[in-house]
Design a protein around this ligand. Structure first.
Ligand code: PMP
Length: 366
C-alpha cells in the first residue's frame, strides 16, 4: 500500500452509491451486445474519409458548434441551423439535458426499465428521479405518466422510442398528449429510429418543449467515432450551448461524420437487412422452448429465459457476446441480443439451442 503524505477529501456526496455505466465489453467472436451496426464503413467511403482527414488542421481547435455538419443535418430534417446541436455521441447530449434542465430541486420523469444512463446523469446532477415503471409487456404506463406530469412539478422527461433495452416504439398519440399536457422538456430519444422508420420530427414546429435525440452510432456504423445530435426549438438549443463542453466534437469526428452523412443513402440496404433479420431472429426465438422474446422496432431483441445468467455465460464461452440484463431492476431473467449479420445471428441461435438443451439435460439428471 502506498503511504500518501496527504490523503484526499471525499468526492461529491452524490457519487457515493453511483455505479458507473459499464457496457461489459469483452473479447468475443460475435459482438452482439452493444447494438452496433455489424457492417463497418466500406472501403470506398473509408478512402473518402481519409481524403477529408488530410485537410484537417490538427494544430487548430475545431469549429465549436460543428456548423458544416449542423447545416447538413438541419437541411435533411427541414429545420434551421439554430434547431440543431451536435454532441460527442448522444451520451454527451444526454448529460447536457441533465445539466440544463435538471439540478438540485428539479425533477426528471423516467420510465424504467430504460437506458440506465438517464438515471446516472440525474444522480450526478442532484436531480430527483420520479419513476413510472412500464407494464408487464414493457409498454409505457401512459395513464400513470400523464397523471404524474399533471402534478406540475416535472422539469424534464425522456421517452425512448424505440426503448432500449425492451425494443418497442412509444405510441405517437401518447407522446403528443404528453407534450400538450406539460411544459416540461420532453426528450424523445430516437437513437434507434432508423430501424423503426418512425419519428416525432414533424411536430418540432408545434412544441417548444419537444427535443429529439439521435446518433450516428447505430444505423451509420459510427459508434467508434462519437457523434450524436439533438433537434429542438432555438430557445432550447441556446440553453444547451451554455452547458456543453466548447470543443466536445473534435475536428476528426466532424470530418468523418460529414462524409458519412453525405453518403447516408448507402446505409439503407444494411438497415433493411437488419430489419429483415430482426423479424427472422424473433420468429426463431419464439420457437425455442422457455425463451420469450419481446417484439422490437430496433436493432436488438430482449428475451427472457430461465437461468439467464448461466445462459449468458455459456453463450460467451462459445464466443457469443450478448448483453446480460438479468441483474437489472425489472429485467429479471432478461438478455438482449443485437441483430448482427445473418451468419452471426445463426451462430447465436445455434449456440442458444445447444446451451438450453445442455441445461435441460442437466436438470433431468438432478
Ligand atoms: N440513447 C439510447 C437509447 C442508447 O441506447 C444509446 C447508446 N447505447 C444512446 C442514446 C447514446 O449513444 P451514443 O452515445 O453512442 O450516441
Amino acid at each position: 500500500m502506498t503511504s500518501y503524505a496527504q490523503t484526499v477529501c471525499p468526492s461529491a456526496p452524490q457519487l457515493a452509491d453511483l455505479v458507473p455505466y459499464d457496457p461489459k465489453y469483452l473479447p468475443a467472436d460475435a459482438f452482439l451486445s452493444a447494438n452496433e451496426n455489424p457492417r463497418d464503413v466500406d472501403e470506398e467511403l473509408r478512402r473518402q474519409i481519409m481524403r477529408a482527414l488530410r485537410e484537417v488542421d490538427f494544430n487548430r481547435y475545431p469549429d465549436p458548434l460543428a456548423n458544416n455538419l449542423r447545416d447538413m443535418i438541419a437541411e435533411a430534417n427541414g429545420v434551421s441551423r439554430d434547431q440543431v446541436l451536435v454532441g460527442n455521441g448522444g451520451d454527451e447530449l444526454l448529460f447536457d439535458i441533465a445539466l440544463a434542465w435538471g439540478g438540485p430541486g428539479r425533477k426528471f420523469l423516467n420510465m424504467p426499465p430504460t437506458f440506465s444512463v438517464y438515471e446516472n446523469n440525474a444522480q450526478l446532477t442532484n436531480t430527483e428521479v420520479v419513476s413510472v415503471v412500464r407494464d408487464e409487456n414493457y409498454d409505457i404506463d401512459e395513464e400513470a405518466v400523464l397523471a404524474r406530469v399533471a402534478e406540475g412539478d416535472i422539469d424534464y422527461a425522456i421517452v425512448t422510442s424505440p426503448n432500449n433495452p425492451t425494443g418497442r416504439l412509444a405510441d405517437e398519440q401518447f407522446i403528443l398528449k404528453l407534450l400538450e399536457s406539460t411544459n416540461a422538456l420532453v426528450v424523445v430519444d430516437e437513437a434507434y429510429f432508423e430501424f423503426s422508420r418512425k419519428t416525432i420530427r414533424p411536430y418540432l414546429e408545434r412544441f417548444e418543449n419537444l427535443l429529439i435525440l439521435r446518433t450516428f452510432s447505430k444505423a451509420f456504423s459510427l459508434a467508434g467515432v462519437r457523434v450524436g445530435y439533438v433537434l429542438g426549438a432555438p430557445s432550447v438549443i441556446r440553453e444547451f450551448i451554455k452547458v456543453r463542453q466548447p470543443y466536445s466534437v473534435d475536428a476528426v469526428s466532424q470530418a468523418i461524420a460529414q462524409v458519412i452523412y453525405e453518403n447516408r443513402a448507402q446505409f439503407e440496404p444494411g438497415i433493411s437487412a437488419i430489419i429483415a433479420e430482426r423479424s427472422r431472429v424473433f420468429d426463431e426465438l419464439r420457437r425455442i422452448a422457455k425463451v420469450v422474446p419481446y417484439p422490437s422496432d430496433a436493432n436488438y431483441i430482449l428475451f427472457s429465459v430461465p437461468q439467464a445468467q448461466r445462459v449468458w455465460q455459456a453463450l460467451y464461452d462459445r464466443g457469443i457476446l450478448i448483453r446480460d440484463l438479468s441483474g437489472a431492476r425489472h429485467l429479471e431473467d432478461c438478455l438482449r441480443v443485437t441483430i448482427g449479420t445473418e451468419e452471426q445471428n445463426n451462430a447465436f441461435l445455434d449456440a442458444l439451442r445447444v446451451v438450453l438443451a445442455d441445461l435441460a439435460r442437466e436438470q433431468l439428471q438432478n
